[in-house]
Write a protein that binds this ligand. Structure first.
Ligand SMILES: Nc1ncnc2c1ncn2[C@@H]1O[C@H](COP(=O)(O)OP(=O)(O)OP(=O)(O)O)[C@@H](O)[C@H]1O
Ligand SMILES: [Mg+2]
Length: 235
């Protein structure tokens, strides 16, 4: 199994957020994680990448137990995390940001080659490579966030609301970027409030409710997806 989460419990002090989450994420898929505000989606992603410690339960990535490991080591195993909000380094240039994305890697020549590849894949980043990244537009910054995560050479990418604050046109672009990355072999767990975007690209849909995965379905399972839409939208 690629990523296997078993009976995960996570609290913040007395607040119990995850109360027995179990999930099996398959290699090569786009998994969409839905849930109301405050249901614990970001908490789950942060627990996978070691930013939160679970009280109990286990997380295995390609047969390695990763709960309890440091975030840095989890990244080196191949799980990158795009946090909620645009977490770039605003005072640094586009190029400097991309270099930072490769901080866990050693081969300088490969890093330079990958930076060139990013600038080709995302031409806007190539054009603005010398600019301070805080001056980029929201959509450009989100593109940089994705490129930064790709510089880690991850096998699994966790994306927390990549379309947040973007215009419909840019949302479409992000959707195309995500499907393109997936086609190139990257597995993706996507948290996305834009249901249309999420459902249009996902293979599997999971709904987090009351601290558990209350529902899961293939996105081709229309009755299942309708059900997910209903409980997610409260209809
Ligand atoms: N560091 C923290 N300390 C204390 N409580 C927290 C912390 N982070 C999150 N919470 C609480 O845990 C619950 C789950 O938060 P989380 O951010 O995981 O929700 P979410 O599903 O990502 O919501 P949204 O859709 O709004 O992003 C919320 O009640 C939130 O207030
Ligand atoms: Mg969140």
């Amino acid at each position: 199994m690629f990523l296997s989460i078993t009976d995960l419990f996570v609290n913040y002090g007395k607040l119990e957020v995850l109360k027995g989450v179990s999930m099996e994420i398959e290699e090569g898929e786009i998994s969409l994680l839905l849930g109301a505000n405050g249901s614990g989606k970001s908490t789950l992603l942060k627990t996978i990448t070691g930013l939160n410690r679970p009280i109990s339960g286990s997380i295995r990535f390609q047969e390695t137990k990763i709960n309890g490991m440091a975030s840095y080591d989890i990244l080196r195993l191949g799980i990158a995390h795009i946090l909620e909000g645009r977490k770039i380094f605003p005072l640094m240039t586009v190029l400097e940001n991309l270099e930072l994305g490769a901080y866990s890697r050693k081969n300088k020549r490969e890093i330079a080659r990958d930076i060139e590849a990013m600038c080709e894949r995302f031409p806007i980043l190539g054009q603005k490579r010398k600019e301070q990244s805080g001056n980029l537009s929201g959509g450009e910054q989100q593109t940089l966030v994705i490129a930064l995560a790709l510089m880690t050479k991850a096998k699994l990418l966790l994306m927390d609301e990549p379309s947040q604050g973007l215009s419909p046109l840019l949302v479409n672009e992000i959707a195309n970027t995500i499907t393109g990355l997936n086609r190139d072999g990257l597995s993706i767990v996507l948290v996305e409030h834009n249901l249309r975007l999420g459902l249009s690209i996902a293979d599997k849909v999971y709904v987090l409710e009351n601290g558990k995965i209350a529902f899961e379905a293939n996105s081709t399972d229309l009755s299942g997806v309708e059900y997910a839409q209903k409980i997610y939208l409260g209809g």
